[in-house]
Design a protein around this ligand. Sequence first.
Ligand code: ATP
Ligand code: MG
Length: 326
Amino acid sequence: MKTAFVGKGGSGKTTLASLFTQHLAEAREPVFAIDADINQHLAAALGAPEEYPATMPTLGEHLPLIKDYLRGGNPRISSAESMIKTTPAGAGSRLLRVIEDNPIYDTCVRDIGGARFAATGPFGEGDLGVSCYHSKVGAVELLLNHLVDGTGEYVVVDMTAGADSFASGLFTRFDLTFLVCEPTLRSVGVYRQYLGYAKDFGVRLAVIGNKVSDADDVLFLREQVGEDLLCCFDRSGHVRAAERGDVRPITALEPANLAALETMREALDTAPRDWARYQRQAVHFHLRNAEAWANESVGQDLASQVDPDFVLGPEALERPHQVMQV
Ligand SMILES: Nc1ncnc2c1ncn2[C@@H]1O[C@H](COP(=O)(O)OP(=O)(O)OP(=O)(O)O)[C@@H](O)[C@H]1O
Ligand SMILES: [Mg+2]
């Protein structure tokens, strides 16, 4: 099951993505956490050593490896260079499981506190708003478009704040998106903006109230977002302690906040899945990108990369061409 944490800057996306990941890891569930934010803080929030982000290999710097591996023997993709962030999987492509050994994971994925972890990599000043930033995040879209995850296996993505998520199809790649919302008008404003995009693509949203202090805060969120409010996190001494360097085990989180994590997990576990629709949307965004910029930039008609008979999902894993994986 795939989930993303989105919402206004500073609302608590990284904090809640980290708590949710720790909660799953503590229950010994297979969980793969990905930091896709411009500011890379998820590793630290998960309790990685301070020097970790600087020494960690990133997805963004290994795009050629990622593309070459995923392309596999797909005859529709002539080279890694012609593969763009939206290129969908097809017959011959290599598919990924949440937990397995493969050259991409061997290079870019590490264990932090029982969770698997990868990062897109830091973004320099010059990356912002230009293709470089989007191509780094594109690594995540490529992984998700080739990943077959089962129930009881989790992918947790910490996303960037604001509208950057809509520059590609990434925001449609999740079974359930957790929108973190403080009890403020500005945070609710970001929810409404997200809702507008989400509706057009059938993206399922659950609002997680955060930094809630009292009943008035809960009432405000309930009035503003209605049925979309799944649960609320209180202002947390546990989180504050971690900010002071006093990192405590997830089992020591306040009981009400632990219950909220469990509610989120149940909501994710029961989110409906439709692999055919998932594939259709991947193709939709690929064709859109091809037309908007990629055909010209690559010098090919990238619509030819689409395999009309292919549907990502458990059945695709069982096809004979997958057996020859490394
Ligand atoms: N429930 C909570 N209780 C107390 N403090 C919290 C809580 N949630 C988040 N915070 C604090 O709020 C600040 C912002 O949180 P966080 O970095 O997780 O937000 P973010 O949405 O990821 O921000 P950005 O948009 O910069 O990535 C941090 O100092 C964090 O410790
Ligand atoms: Mg963050």
